[in-house]
Design a protein around this ligand. Structure first.
Ligand code: DAH
Length: 362
């Protein structure tokens, strides 16, 4: 191979490199020149069949050629990269004046019951309450017995209980117990007192179930339970607490409330609480919103606490009814029909998180 031939190869490759106007075609040239089967690699392979004195000079010449071509490839690659970037900058445009697309945030809705639950949590959190939880499947013992509702108690009938057949595998309350779908959130009181030392301040939201279905009843609905246990708690605390709750919840400075004597097996005394519908802009009507009372000493003892030392109060709020009142929702059954049009109308945007500082529902 003559030096002249190397010069020809160099000229040809340099021409090809200069002629490339995309990075892809430049890479083709690189492979044809420097790749395993490329022209320059081919030259290297000829070295083996040369006389030693020839080999040295030729090897050096080919190496020089390789360095030359590599350099040219690099330079051209730099130019083409800059050119392609300039091209993209010139053609791809982002119109930053377009309105922001919210995507899933604007599509999804928070169910009014979830929203009201968040509102209530916010209000009670501010008063120092924690959130407690319990399972939907409860034992007869927690749902009734320990709440002072023995099996022959008339209150059992009112609960239209869904009983589960057989007994479920053992859990924290022992095997062999009859299970029910909890008919109220009150069993969370029992769970809390069994697991926590006083002072106790909790609210417990959740689904509850009763075999009942008509315009104002659905087999599944929602309650929020409240429980306070301490050494000095009295009825005045209960009234203050519920009054503060109602003012914050209905977003009014004054709220008229009526505490009506009632009866629940797990409280003594027991009261049902009504608010003047002026709170929702309809004065002159009383709306029943919750049941409450001082926790019955027997219930406290049933949870292993000394009723001589500890007292407290409890309340149970129907969450769905409260939601309907506050947001003017007419039919209970629509709440659970999973109708997207209904959700668009009554639902809340995910970013509308209720806070006391910003206002509950604004
Ligand atoms: N558990 C009752 C029900 O579902 C509501 C209730 C009333 C809960 C009074 C309480 C209470 O904690 O003190 O009808």
């Amino acid at each position: 191979m003559e030096a002249e031939a190397l010069t020809t190869i160099e000229t040809e490759l340099a021409g090809e490199i200069a002629g490339c106007d995309t990075l892809a075609s430049l890479d083709d040239v690189r492979v044809r020149a420097l790749g395993k089967k490329g022209r320059i690699s081919g030259l290297m392979q000829q070295l083996g069949s040369m006389a030693p004195d020839e080999r040295k000079a030729f090897g050096q010449a080919v190496n020089a050629l390789k360095t030359q071509i590599s350099g040219k490839l690099d330079t051209r690659r730099g130019e083409l990269t800059a050119k392609e970037l300039a091209n993209r900058l010139a053609t791809e445009r982002a119109d930053i004046t377009l309105p922001v697309r919210l995507g899933p945030l604007s599509e999804g809705r928070i169910h009014p019951v979830s929203q009201v639950f968040d509102e209530i949590s916010e209000i009670f959190a501010d008063m120092g309450f924690a959130i407690a939880e319990g399972p939907d499947i409860e034992t007869d013992d927690y749902n009734f017995e320990r709440l002072n509702i023995p099996s022959d108690h008339p209150a059992r009938q009112e609960h239209d209980t869904f009983y589960l057949s057989g007994s479920l595998p053992s859990d924290d309350v022992g095997d062999g117990m009859r299970k029910v779908l909890r008919t109220h959130t009150s069993p969370v009181q029992i769970r809390t007192m069994l697991n926590q030392k006083p002072p106790i301040r909790v609210i417990a939201p959740g689904r509850v179930y009763r075999s009942d279905s008509d315009q104002t009843h659905t087999p599944m609905f929602h309650q929020i339970e409240g429980l306070v246990i301490d050494e000095v708690t009295h009825l005045g605390h209960l009234k203050w607490c519920l009054e503060e709750f109602c003012k914050a919840f209905f977003e009014v400075d004054e709220v008229k409330m009526r505490f009506r004597a009632s009866h629940f097996p797990f409280t003594e005394p027991s009261m049902e609480v009504d608010v003047d519908a002026a709170a929702i802009g309809k004065p002159g009507q009383w709306l029943e919103i919750l049941g409450s009372g001082m926790v019955h000493p027997k219930v406290i003892a049933n949870c292993g606490l000394d009723p001589e030392k500890y007292q407290g109060f409890a309340f149970g709020v129907g969450l769905d009814r409260l939601t309907m009142l506050k947001y003017g929702i007419p039919d209970l059954r629509d709440m659970f029909s999973a109708d997207l049009r209904w959700m668009k109308h009554y639902g809340f945007l995910p970013m509308d998180m209720p806070t006391l500082a910003r206002g509950m529902s604004s």
